[in-house]
Design a protein. Sequence first.
Length: 240
Amino acid sequence: MATASIVKGVCPECGPDRFADVVGEHAVASDDDESGVWGRTDYRILKCRGCEHVYFQTDSIFSEDIDHRRNPHSGEWEPYMPHKIAHYPSSSKRKLPEWAFGLDVADNDLGSLFGDIYGALNADLQVPAAIAARTTFDRASELLGVDPAITFDEKLEALISGGKISKDEQEALSVLTDAGSAAAHRGWRPKPRELETMIQIVENFLHRSFILGDAAKQLKATIPPKPKRKHKRKPKSSAP
C-alpha cells in the first residue's frame, strides 16, 4: 500500500501548521490555450497526525493572481503566484465560554443568539458576528425588563435607571450597539481587533447580568457563618 503524502494544514482541534496525511484527493484544472490563463484547485481529505481528526482542505492557484515578494538572497522584489488555502471546518477563533450554558437556562433564544456570534466569528463572517452581538444585547435587555420597542439609547437609559448597569458599562454598550448598527445598515466591516472588543463587551454584560448573580448566591450558601462572639465577663470589683 502506498504511503500517503503529508502536508501542513489547520486542524480544527490542534490548530495551524499541523502535519496531516492526505487520505483522499482530487484535482480540478482549467487551461485556456488562446489567452494562456490557467488555474488549478486541489481538494484534499486530511487526517491530523497528532489527534487523527479528519478535515477538508482546498489549495487553489490562478495564473492571473500575481503578487510580489522579496527574494531572501538577492533582496529584489519578484512576482509570484500565491496559493489560496482554505480548511473546513475552520479552527475555532474564539471558543464559547464555559458559562454560556447558563444563558440557555435563562432563555433559549438568548443562548441561541449568543452562540450565533461564535458561529459567525469562526466562519470568518465579521459583519454577521457584529450584527449578532447587537441582537444578543437587544434580547438580553428585553429579559431585563426593557421595552423592546424603544431605541437603543433609550434601552441603555432604562438599564442604568433601573440599576442594571453602571455608567461605565453604559458607555461600552453604547459603542457595541453603534458598531452593530454600522455593520447592519452602513456597510461597516469590523477588523478582527474591533470585533474582539465587541465580543468582550457583550460577554462581560451577559456574564454579570445572567450568570454572576446566581454564582454569587451559590457561593454565599457554601460559606460557613461567622462564629458568634463570646461576651467576656466583667471582673468583680474588689472594694477596699
